[in-house]
Design a protein around this ligand. Structure first.
Ligand code: MSP
Length: 509
């Protein structure tokens, strides 16, 4: 039986165009998906767009478009960026698709039939210009926190979900499954929130039109988060137990930003509990990016546009930087100088140079051919065992979604490779014809260690890794068995590598 792995990103609102915050989650999911595929899993990697709700309706009105026109236009921006960022998703779901609408209506009807949705009245402070209800605690001197205009107390008929009923079950689940909410600090935050008590949740609106109607009650539109969260199962064909739903649900991990944790670890699991469906195995919330020390915002005009970054620095440099710079789960700051520093030091100097030096030497000393290694000496054995240890460390860190640590593990071996050259001094061995076998052994170790390095890097930097593996004479894609030392065969012809990452000189930093 094949092992399966299901990873998701949030579905992005189409009222905004993609920025590095969106690119970050999607990239992390891609690296994980690629890694699991290399490790032999059958992977389903889902992303998509969240196209309903008042926000999108308003943005469309402002742009003089219908919501669907707006969505059709913006969805292309997301899809084009994912292509440029080399994102290997399996499916892209749009909440305006029939398959999704059908699934959401089914889920709503199912929860209703279970007696967990009831019709009630929603009473809160309403800001008419913003068409938004606010709880009293969020008002600022009685005024709307968004536009600062007066609010009035209004009642609206609404369907409610009996979230309160699932409080104990949810808490028990969170406590029995330490892996369910990650990182740990986030888990504690949710535990306290649930312990404070869950209120029933309003899951329909009557103040706007753009959404999925409540089955058999068209005056109500299903709450946008009920609609959006269901994407994780509707994309698999829910409610049909057929191939994908039966095969991939529950998800192995929902990757999200910290701002939408409560929706994913309180709302979503309680909907699933009510519907009698299994809960996702893990929800991992990453931190937020600021830009040169400031919050990213349209009004500050400091939104980092991923297309621009890729054009300027190259896709793999951007992919590397985003996952290396900040431990996944913590907040981080984006700056051009930090990115340039990483490119020059980690990518050009450490990684690129090692490949250049090694392949150039194989050309100089062995006309580009890999030779059978002789017996390994202490220094070779240490280098080999560090390489082997790296594979295991990366596996552990990838399990924990510690991308930055996994990259550190890889870079330790890259640095060890550069040091290995300095210490074995192949140029000195080359001067002594009695040392041919020793020289061949040193070359073998260098190439073999790097082959394994690029196997791992193919999850993070697919284009660079493919280029490097091609220089190293490896044919085809990385395979699970190829992670073992010794897969590189004598007789392989190595190509003299060109610079993988040119240094960036004198740019704004
Ligand atoms: N549509 C909802 C998600 C529904 S999932 C069932 C949504 N969309 S969003 O487009 O506003 O945000 C999507 C993701 O982008 C969130 O995970 C959010 O954390 C992330 N980011 C938005 N700005 C960000 C940063 N500045 N930094 C990192 N991630 C950020 O929420």
């Amino acid at each position: 039986m094949s092992r399966t792995f299901y990873v998701t990103t949030p579905i992005y609102y189409v009222n905004d165009v993609p920025h590095i915050g969106h690119a970050y989650t999607t990239l992390a999911a891609d690296v994980l998906a690629r890694y699991k595929r290399i490790r032999g899993y059958e992977v389903f990697f889902l992303t998509g767009t969240d196209e309903h709700g008042q926000k999108v309706e308003k943005a469309a009105n402002a742009a003089g478009e219908t919501p669907l026109e707006l969505a059709d236009r913006v969805v292309k921006r997301f899809q084009a960026l994912w292509e440029k960022l080399d994102i290997s998703y399996s499916d892209f779901i749009r909440t305006t698709q029939e398959r999704h609408k059908k699934g959401v209506a089914h889920l709503f009807a199912d929860v209703l039939a279970k007696g967990d949705i009831y019709l009630g009245e929603y009473e809160d402070w309403y800001c008419t210009p913003c068409e938004t209800f606010w709880p009293e605690t969020q008002l600022i001197d009685g005024n709307c926190p968004d536009c600062n205009r007066p609010t009035e107390k209004l009642k609206e008929e609404s369907f409610f979900f009996r979230m309160s009923k699932y409080q104990d079950k949810l808490l028990a689940h969170i406590e029995a499954n330490p892996e369910f909410i990650q990182p740990k600090s986030r888990r504690n935050e949710i535990i306290s929130f649930v312990k404070e008590g869950l209120r029933d949740l309003s899951v329909s609106r009557t103040t706007f039109q753009w959404g999925i109607p409540v089955p058999e009650n068209g005056a109500h539109i299903i709450y946008v988060w009920f609609d959006a969260l269901a994407n994780y199962i509707t994309a698999l064909g829910y409610p049909e137990e057929g191939e994908n739903f039966g095969k991939f649900w529950p998800a192995d991990v929902h990757l999200i930003g910290k701002d939408i944790l409560r929706f994913h670890t309180v709302y979503w699991p309680t909907f699933l509990l009510s519907a009698g469906l299994p809960l996702p195995r893990k929800v991992f919330a990453h931190g937020w990016w600021t830009v040169e020390g400031q919050k990213m915002s349209k009004s500050l005009q400091n939104v980092v546009e991923p297309n621009m970054l890729i054009d300027r620095y190259g896709v793999d440099a951007v992919r590397y930087f985003l996952l290396r710079e900040v431990p996944f789960g913590l907040d981080g700051d984006f700056s051009h100088s930090a990115l340039i520093q990483r490119i020059n030091s980690d990518l050009a100097n450490d990684l690129g140079n090692l490949l250049n030096r090694s392949t150039a030497m194989v050309h100089k000393y062995f006309a580009g051919q890999v030779h059978e290694p002789g017996d390994l000496q202490e220094i070779d054995r240490t280098y080999r065992s560090r390489t082997e240890a790296m594979v295991a460390q990366v596996e552990t860190n990838m399990e924990e979604l510690a991308f930055s640590k996994a990259l550190q593990n890889i870079w330790e071996v890259v640095s060890a490779g550069n040091k290995y050259i300095d210490e074995t001094a192949p140029w000195a061995l080359a001067k002594d014809s009695g040392q041919r076998e020793r020289l061949a052994t040193v070359m073998y170790c260098l190439l073999e260690s790097q082959r394994i390095v690029y196997f791992l890097l193919s999850a993070f930097m697919p284009i660079t890794a493919a280029r490097a593996l091609n220089y190293l004479g490896w044919e085809g894609a990385p395979t699970e068995t190829g992670f073992a030392w010794g897969a590189l065969k004598a007789g392989t012809v190595v190509i003299k590598a060109e610079a993988l990452f040119p240094r960036i000189e004198g740019e704004k930093s």
